[in-house]
Write a protein that binds this ligand. Sequence first.
Ligand code: DC
Length: 226
Amino acid sequence: MKGAKPVIAIDGPAGVGKSSVGKAVALRYDLSFLSTGEMYRCLGWKVLDMGINLDDEDKVFEAAKNIKWSFERASDNSLKVFVDGVYLGGKLFSDKVGQAASKASASARARAVVTQKQIEIGRAGAIVMEGRDIGTVICPGAQVKIFLTATAEERAKRRFLQLKQNGKTADYEQLLSSIKARDERDSSRAVAPLKPASDAVIIDTSDMTLRQVTDKVLEISSPYAS
Ligand code: DC
């Protein structure tokens, strides 16, 4: 069963821990790791930076089409995403950019452009990819498909604690409503909505620690990757 270049697809809603789990699995099995949401965040950031109205589909599509993507594998195995040669890093993780990414990613034509790039990356294999549609659209032939879930309240709580730990201010109710808004938009859009592939293993992480979730995904992936 072991494949030389397996693809491990991890999908799920905002704030469920896909990146933390995916990075740990990639490191353990010496695979690359890509957060596909980071690419949509780059698009969201660019649209905001250019002053484009997020409801203007033509302009959002143009912005997506004109992005020159490049990637560099970092020491933690994750692929750093460069937009037009620039690494945006921490600029991508504000709530404003997250909401812009969610809106821009609902535009079918802009999505098609980003999807094409992600399909190319997935085809090369030897990668853990996380997002909303990896198992359904980007890598339907992935050897491992995981769908992580947790209640919106639990995800808001985790995010709240994470921000506090990093010495940032946080408002639980605001985080919860933001997560619910993104869930609603990401799940109800016409193209590639957030949903588990029919052959995905669904893991409800609400009562699990990060370590437990990681161990479970490592165990499921082991026949294909170790
Ligand atoms: O995973 P994230 O929070 O960084 O993703 C930001 C937004 O990008 C998310 O709200 C929806 C969109 N997204 C998507 O539509 N498809 C993906 N594969 C990944 C993210």
